[in-house]
Ligand binder design. Structure first.
Ligand code: BDP
Length: 748
């Protein structure tokens, strides 16, 4: 038998070798020598090139990895000691987070002290909790309960930094901000920062069922382990609260909007109360989705009519019961008379009647009702995009003070791109709350890298012109346009039981961006992406620049390869995975793709102009005029508002057909570019996270290609035109794409 080649000796069957103790045989000695040399070289390399340790993403953006030596030195000189009270749970949360963060970032625990006795102290507290802060007499007016200041000051003649607020929660938010400054390498000298959230309610909506299935969830099961609650409180709940508090998120709706009445039974309320107890120190209130027919399903009544005194009494009693268990319960979120859910219209009542009944039940306890405007009725033959506006505008001014109408960013349904919802600005007497979707139901699930910060920003910056120029959506929801005191933003959560929380590392950025924009809807998506990339991966400019650029273009890329030029709702039926522009038939037209794209041999697009469904009329001038004119409408929305001939001349000079194909290919090319960019960034990222992102980008490229090919194969049966020069034809037949089926696609 031939000897095995050198270097593959792991395949050699080893026999025990007998030799004198202490004396190595020459060959073995040489091997040991080589090994020692190898290890020495490796150690030397490891010292010079800091290799990131394997990470699974659990730590999110709160990784607190060591700063480099010089930065750590500067950091230590500003945090020579920590003077922070620890008398309440929230104070302890702030102090513990600072210690955890400082230990990680600076490599040293500054320890805690009761009073400042050296230069470079970090002093945390409120005028009530800290004598030092009380003596400073800082101006904390206008910060409310959640704002804070971070300032470089002198305490008893010694240089110090203070994190001060009117309440413990404000100091917790300030603590997280200070840590972010360290994490993102901000200067720590001469600080004078003052910040407070622009919106009152900054909420995650979990579409989580009691059996732990997450509707439209792509990150595993629900993190709420209902079966083991209330006795087992998974430590993960605390990390959830920390992550949210680090962004200023202050509420969580625990259960799906397609709600089970069981959530309101004593057993489940006790479980919700246990979660509320974990979240409370972090300033996070618990809310519940309420099933409108609960009085019938669990209350023994034969009606859920909101004007029936027995029903009203049942909800009042239910609210009292909830508040006995959860004194700071936030309130109810309601999906009513939408997609088969029960609601007041079942009894001939209006959305206002339903919302007000619940509002009256929670009002004595300070609760709110978030009533969703995502409605489109079964009977209504009207363009679905118009229905919410038609139903809700006439109700403006009829809601109680503690009701907010929660409006999705667009009028159809969380599509890759939609024009802003026409309700924004159109209900001046009702506080409107924004609903974004963080989970990527229509944007490639967990494997597509699509940064939603730009989608959120685009909507928030959109000008409704409802009160003249500058009436942006952000000003509608921050209350400043119509002078509302109650304001809010909700995001449909992308959180699940996966170790990395969101199903992918880059989906964490969407949770992050949502939280930051809920705190400040005027913030910049690019700046937020930069902070996230620094905190999540690396502060190296060689990394941050390319990653942020890649993120910033990623949403447009998804629009391009899925639904370019204003196309929408062409995803796989039910699960919404992959392309299916051919979907037709079934129970209702507006659940099909053909309803939305309306392709014919003449042209393509949904005519919502004044000559069509006239959805444009729901916008204020001049928005309505611009949208109504196919020559003026932004081309990204062309087919949303217009049915246009295939030879329509685009601004690029191409025909519509050629432009459509060009956009599909452009989207795929962008993903290919992201793969290249990412592969060049390996030196900055630990191997584990780098490999996962790379693998997901490969999936994304395949699926982007699939979207392009299937869409082109389908639409060319209408356009009857050749592909533009240089464009590859779809490799498979249309029948092939149509035959693909995914009965077990997640989230459905
Ligand atoms: C749609 C989802 C569906 C939700 C619905 C909603 O497909 O699962 O229940 O939105 O927001 O996008 O109520």
């Amino acid at each position: 038998m031939l000897p095995l080649t050198r270097g593959s000796d792991e395949h050699v069957i080893r026999r025990p070798v007998h030799h004198r103790r202490g004396a190595l045989r020459p060959a073995l000695a040489a091997r040991v020598q080589r090994a020692v040399l190898g290890i020495a070289c490796w150690l030397l390399l490891a010292a010079v090139v800091p290799r990131a340790q394997a990470e699974d993403g659990y730590d999110l953006w709160l990784r607190y990895r060591p700063l480099d030596a010089a930065q750590a030195q500067t950091g230590r000189s500003h945090v020579a000691q920590l003077v922070a009270p620890a008398a309440t749970p929230t104070q302890r949360a702030a102090r513990d987070e600072l210690r955890r963060g400082l230990r990680g970032l600076l490599g040293a625990d500054p320890g805690t002290a009761d009073a400042v006795d050296r230069a470079g102290a970090l002093v945390v507290g409120t005028p009530a909790s800290s004598a030092a802060i009380a003596r400073l007499g800082l101006d904390l007016d206008g910060l409310g309960d959640e704002g804070f200041v971070i300032r470089s000051v002198e305490v008893d003649g010694r240089a110090a930094t203070v994190i001060a607020a009117n309440s413990d929660i404000g100091t917790l938010y300030g603590a997280f901000r200070f840590l972010r400054m360290l994490q993102t390498r901000q200067p720590l000298a001469a600080l004078d920062l003052r910040d407070a959230p622009a919106l009152d309610l900054r909420l995650l909506d979990h579409w989580d069922n009691l059996d732990r299935h997450v509707e439209r969830g792509y990150a595993g099961q629900s993190i709420w382990d209902w079966h083991k609650l209330p006795d087992w409180r998974d430590p993960r709940y605390t990390d959830y609260a920390r992550a949210n508090a680090s962004l200023g998120i202050n509420g969580t709706v625990l259960n799906n909007v397609n709600a089970s009445a069981q959530s309101l039974t004593p057993m489940y309320l006790e479980k919700a109360a246990a979660l509320a107890g974990v979240f409370r120190p972090y300033g996070i209130r618990v809310y519940l989705s309420a099933r409108f027919s609960a009085p019938r399903e669990i209350g023994g009544l034969d009606t859920a009519d909101p004007l029936d005194p027995r029903v009203r009494r049942w909800w009042r009693d239910k609210a009292d019961e909830i508040y006995r268990l959860i004194p700071d319960f936030g309130g109810f979120l309601v999906k009513a008379n939408s997609e088969g859910q029960p609601g007041p219209q079942d009894y001939g009542r209006t959305h206002a009647d339903g919302a007000n009944m619940l509002a009256d039940a929670v009002a004595p306890h300070g609760g709110v009702v978030m009533w969703r405007a995502f409605v489109y009725s079964h009977e209504e033959p009207e363009d679905r995009a118009k229905q919410a506006y038609s139903e809700f505008v006439p109700l403006d001014g009829q809601f109680r003070e503690n009701v907010m109408v929660q409006v999705k960013n667009g009028a159809i349904d969380f599509q890759p791109r939609e024009p802003f919802h026409p309700l924004f600005g159109a209900m001046p007497d009702t506080p409107l709350m924004m609903e974004f979707q963080i989970t990527k139901e229509y944007l490639g699930f967990a494997t597509h890298l699509v940064y939603l910060g730009t989608l959120f920003e685009e909507v928030l910056e959109a000008d409704t012109y409802q009160q003249g120029k500058g009436s942006t959506v952000a000003k509608v929801i921050d209350g400043s346009l119509h002078g509302h005191g109650l304001t809010g933003m909700a995001g449909v959560a992308n959180i699940g039981s996966d170790r990395n929380w969101s199903g992918s590392i880059f989906d964490q950025a969407n949770w992050y961006a949502f939280g930051r924009l809920a705190w400040d809807p005027h913030a910049s998506a690019r700046a937020i992406a930069g902070d996230w990339a620094r905190m999540t991966f690396s502060n190296d400019d060689g990394f941050v620049g390319p990653v942020v650029d890649m993120m910033m273009g990623s949403r447009q890329a998804a629009v391009d390869y899925m639904t370019p030029l204003g196309l929408h709702h062409l995803m796989g039926e039910g699960h919404h995975y992959g392309p299916a522009p051919w979907v037709e038939g079934g129970p209702r037209a507006d659940w099909t793709s053909v309803y939305y794209h309306r392709a014919t041999p003449e042209g393509i697009g949904f005519d919502r102009s004044s000559g069509g469904s006239d959805a444009v009329a729901q916008y204020a001038d001049p928005v309505a005029r611009v949208f109504d004119d196919p020559k003026q409408v932004p081309e990204d929305l062309l087919l949303w508002f217009h049915h246009v001939p295939w030879d329509w001349r685009m601004r690029s000079g191409r025909t519509l057909w050629d432009e459509l194909v060009h956009r599909y290919s452009r989207g795929v090319a962008y993903v290919r570019g992201m793969r290249e960019t990412w592969s060049g960034l390996a030196p900055y990222v630990d191997a584990e996270r780098h490999a996962e992102v790379a693998a997901f980008l490969a999936i994304q490229e395949q699926e982007a290609q699939w979207w392009r090919d299937a869409s082109i194969a389908y639409f060319r049966t209408f356009s009857q035109r050749p592909l533009p020069e240089g464009e590859a034809p779809p490799p498979e037949s249309l029948e092939h794409y149509r035959s693909l089926s995914f009965p077990f696609a997640p989230g459905n």
